[in-house]
Design a protein around this ligand. Sequence first.
Ligand code: IPM
Ligand code: MG
Length: 352
Amino acid sequence: MKKIAILAGDGVGPEVTAEAVKVLQAVDKKHAIGFVFERELIGACAIDATGDPLPAATVERCQNSDAVLLGAVGHPRFDNDPAATVRPEQGLLKIRKALGLYANIRPIKSYKSLHSVSPLKESLVADVDFVVFRELTGGIYFGEKGRRNGGSEAFDLCAYSVEEVERIALLAFAAAQSRHKHLTLVDKANVLETSRLWRDTVSKISNNFPDVQLDCMFVDNAAMKIVQQPAFFDVILTENMFGDILTDEASAITGSIGMLPSASVGSKVALFEPVHGSFPEGAGRGIANPMAAILSAAMMLEHLGYPEAAQEVLAAVELALEKGIATSEINKDNPASTSEVGDFIASNIYVR
Ligand code: IPM
Ligand code: MG
């Protein structure tokens, strides 16, 4: 039996998560894993129901699960209110911290059937296949923040410890070893002290991985390289906010942010979520691409020790793309709905 906490969240979160669950149920029929799905609140829906973006019951459920599948959090009613004291995003940041999820793994892969919707030339996207290791529980996101001088000044502190850098660097080097043995540390060491700590620490660790080629790149240069020569990258290692920004940029070059899954790992229970946000304008309309959520479920299968099932999900997603069973950002002329995409993928797992 595997207990999966489902935190569907806000906006299109519930719709895309429902399709991921549908696909996992199909996997279960074939592989008899014995999934038990238990739903809890996070984000704006949790604020509405309890006043808290991350109720204690949610944390407890996640801690007692084998894995967590998350949809999305966020609601525009909070974005436009600078005075709001509780925000949906706090739920996401707190669950990452509570579960000790210090490494966010975001694979960036180009699918052949998506080359035509990429904003880049096909020749540039064709060989794109890299993975970003984004630090997730430190840096400016979690440093001291506040107002001073009667509110006329604000500050957000960016701090990192050697230990925080080491533990994610080890994961990134191990990943590079199993891939093309090329790791790029992205930082701003020409300006930031925290970046210099990252460089020192990562350079030392690289001595233990002589087969991995390490290069260091400033974040502004990396942002440019991602659009000029994305196939250059194999594994990118970076701190929290740089990783947030670069993964949105990287996702866009693949053609659709609706395709990108992620895994957040750390001390014990891992969490899987699409890179895209809550897309409130799309909520309830059946137009959101569920593939990122479904591919996140595939990453979860891999993590739980079912690599074959994970491959079957990937193959079914690729088949859907080949046949044009995709939402409107990919198939403009004859789009499928969110649930049609999920149905197709689920049915292709069961029959194989
Ligand atoms: C992400 C999101 C979150 C982040 C937001 C919603 C807090 O952009 O997961 O990339 O910045 O980490
Ligand atoms: Mg982001």
